[in-house]
Design a protein around this ligand. Sequence first.
Ligand code: GLN
Length: 493
Amino acid sequence: MTIINKSAKEINKLFINKEISAKEIIDSFYKQIELIEPKIQALTSLTKELAYRQAEELDKRISKGEKLGPIAGVPIVIKDVICVKGFSATCGSKILENFIAPYEATATGKLWDAGAICLAKSNMDEFAMGSSTENSAFKKTKNPWNLNTVPGGSSGGSAASVASMETPISLGTDTGGSVRQPASFCGVVGLKPTYGRVSRFGLIAFASSLDQIGPFARNVYDAALTLQVISGYDPKDTTSLNVEVPDYISRLNVNTVKGKKIGLIKELMGEGIDAEVKKAIEVSVRLFKDLGAEVVEVSLPNIKYSLPVYYIIATAEASSNLARYDGVKYGLRADGAKEVLPMYTKTRQSGFGPEVKRRIMLGTYALSSGYYDAYYKKAQQVRKLVTQDFLNTFEKVDLLLTPTCPTTAFELGAKVDDPLSMYLSDIATIPASLAGLPSVSVPCGFDSKNMPIGLQLTAPSLSEELLLDAAYAFESVCNLSEKLKDKHAVGVV
Ligand code: GLN
């Protein structure tokens, strides 16, 4: 039986019904990894020891007649910025190359408790800074749809591993778009939850007021299932929200979008958006109307400030968060320095890559005395205006619709020397990050080069269920899933 092209839901069913053992499941995925990984380069390390331990345990429990939940037996890949106890967490950086996580992240702990199996850690832009995964210190991940193009970033490894069937689901992190943008480029579903919905404990920080862990999957149900498992209050994370988590999965139904009002954001359908992307969104609007939704144009006047605001806040927070990598507490320590200050300098000089250094410099500048008010404080004020725009708009509509990205996946190397044009990849994803809102990217079509296009839906705070309902309904009429399945296979073989 071919297992690698099955969804998480199907794999769980086969496992629960004892048609396949957990060990057989992971054997199949490791075989696919062996086959495809040399081309895709999505993973930084395999966690075989843990996977086989977890599988053995699950097989024992099932043979004893224990009742297991809806994610039991399902393999998952974890972005290398999230701590899995006893395994490396490189963050795509030389500075953490030999760092072994001393504790378990809350999100991954919940997955193991629910019976998911950890296959591997995935490649990423260094410290989650980037939009193409080319900033990884270790390797360049390829987009499974066209190996000359990037998978997006910073969670490019997580997206590419799902698209190339190395795993049915994965976890990424999204600070300004790093789940949604690579999901769009790789033709998979990627969801960023409301800020505070999923614990950040064990997620190595980039920009703490923005970072969120989110799932990738090949369909909306599997993304909802993963979100269900990882969500919830965690006293170990002071920004975690102490609110109940609704049942995301059992309500999924194609009729839920009927009567909903969807706002198409005018500012994100204009200049800079590729014509083919725009066309795919227009076709999607018609599908939403066929489903019984009303689609209206809305304007968020301050959204145009999102990108500069993000690059001040995110770099400022990064400069502070990354101060801890000094050769003393974690990871790399450069040899040869006789005193402490040169040791710090040497370690950071050799351990960090160019994009991380650029951001530390920008962020330190924005926070420095005399500039703090002009940059950091001003950026926080404008962030509030962007958030207020969303709040005002959600008084008139239930959901917002935009393209996920201005273009489809670009060629490897095309933007590495032009950070500003790289930053523009996130123009449509950053606004929801600034406002802390839940947002999902769902495949909605292909361009003329047969590269996937993603559509982004954004909902009010803590309304993931609305988002998932609409995405599920859209997915069922968009009818891409069979095409996507074939394409995934074609793209990598
Ligand atoms: N691409 C954006 C950046 O480089 C977003 C990154 C992210 O979401 N982690 O900062």
